[in-house]
Design a binder for this molecule. Structure first.
Ligand SMILES: [Zn+2]
Length: 336
């Protein structure tokens, strides 16, 4: 069992440099594998793959959840196994921060606005282009995480799959239901909608509250995009008292409407136009928002400022190659 011994050595090395495992309860498994083909420590199982074993089947069996297949894939650096191959199955997260000796994990956070049958201008995405992008993510092993999972990653409470992506939609266009929702549902993807409350129920292409409630009940995240979509940074010549009142309204007024129609107050916000400064970020935090999103063309690392999380705007004119470039999930760093 030379390969098994090698893996065990590897695990010991990993154990030295990795984040301490969290205190989640270890899984207990009835080992049905012959002695010598199965090893269990406090943090890992090591098994010898049999014909038909997949990351999904092993995750279901050893971790009690087929959706934890990414843990096996990421740890072993492989999505399939040949019979006889040793496979390590981590019982717990082994790197909450995504930081390694060669760099750190990035989570691309994609931002969309309106959708229509055909692309129009800079902000209206064509339905077909959107669908192609989503299918690309699926076909290439990207894992769409929820807003909650992402925020837990930023507070070092959750390890995310290496190829994680977060999908967001701004403003509150009900075209989402027709052109994005069916594709997302089919692929099993979740998404976050940042809505500004002056627009909700405004008629035309605006979401209604019951539509948002239904999406929320289905597991989509609905969060704030301010009250009026005004620039939250103080304008030139704007009086201090006047600005203070305006900023307060943008942050606080949406809370009552969310509470009334969705049953909770928003605790995450996307700044209109991604615009913020120290004052805006500080007040946002003071008003109970645990995370806030800007717009900046790069992925976000676990140690990003939680009140200035980057998002990547996806424009209709972007080619597939441009889109793929936006999906970088690792920043290579030389640490001396
Ligand atoms: Zn917006």
């Amino acid at each position: 069992m030379k390969s098994l011994a090698l893996i065990l050595c590897g695990l010991l090395l990993v154990g030295c440099g990795a984040t301490a495992p969290t205190s989640s309860t270890p899984t207990t498994v009835q080992a049905d594998r012959p002695a010598g083909e199965f090893f269990e420590s406090e943090d890992y199982f090591v098994i010898v793959a049999k014909s038909g074993d997949t990351p999904q089947s092993l995750a279901a069996k050893f971790l009690g959840d087929a959706n934890k297949d990414w843990m096996i894939e990421d740890f072993n650096g492989a999505a399939s196994f040949t019979p006889g191959q040793s496979v390590a199955i981590p019982k717990r997260p082994w790197n909450l921060s995504g930081v390694t000796s060669t760099g750190y994990q990035l989570v691309p956070i994609l931002t969309y606005h309106d959708l229509a049958p055909a692309a129009k201008g800079r902000m209206i995405m064509g339905a077909k282009g959107f669908e192609e992008q989503m299918r690309y993510l699926k076909a290439n092993g990207y894992r769409v995480v929820t807003l909650k999972e992402y925020v837990e990653f930023v507070s070092l409470q959750r390890q995310l799959p290496k190829k994680s992506v977060l999908i967001t939609f701004d403003d509150g266009y009900r075209s989402f239901l027709r052109y994005a929702y069916p594709v997302l549902k089919e692929l099993g993807f979740s998404a976050t909608l940042f809505v500004y409350t002056d627009y909700v129920a405004a008629g035309g292409n605006a979401f209604t509250w019951p539509e948002l409630k239904k999406l929320s009940d289905e597991g989509f995240s609905i969060q704030s995009h301010s009250k009026s979509h005004g620039d939250m940074v103080r304008a030139q010549g704007e009086g201090a008292a006047e600005y203070d009142k305006r900023l307060e309204a943008e942050l606080v007024q949406p809370k009552a409407l969310f509470q009334k129609y969705l049953g909770y107050a928003p605790d995450i916000i996307a700044y209109p136009y991604g615009r913020q400064d120290d004052t805006v970020a500080r007040r946002t935090k003071e008003r109970g928002f645990t995370a806030a999103f800007t717009v900046r063309r790069q992925g976000s690392q676990s140690f990003v400022d939680p009140h200035r999380i980057h998002r990547i705007q996806i424009y209709p004119e972007m080619s597939m190659a441009d889109f793929v470039k936006s999906l970088s999930v690792f920043s290579q760093e030389t640490i001396k």
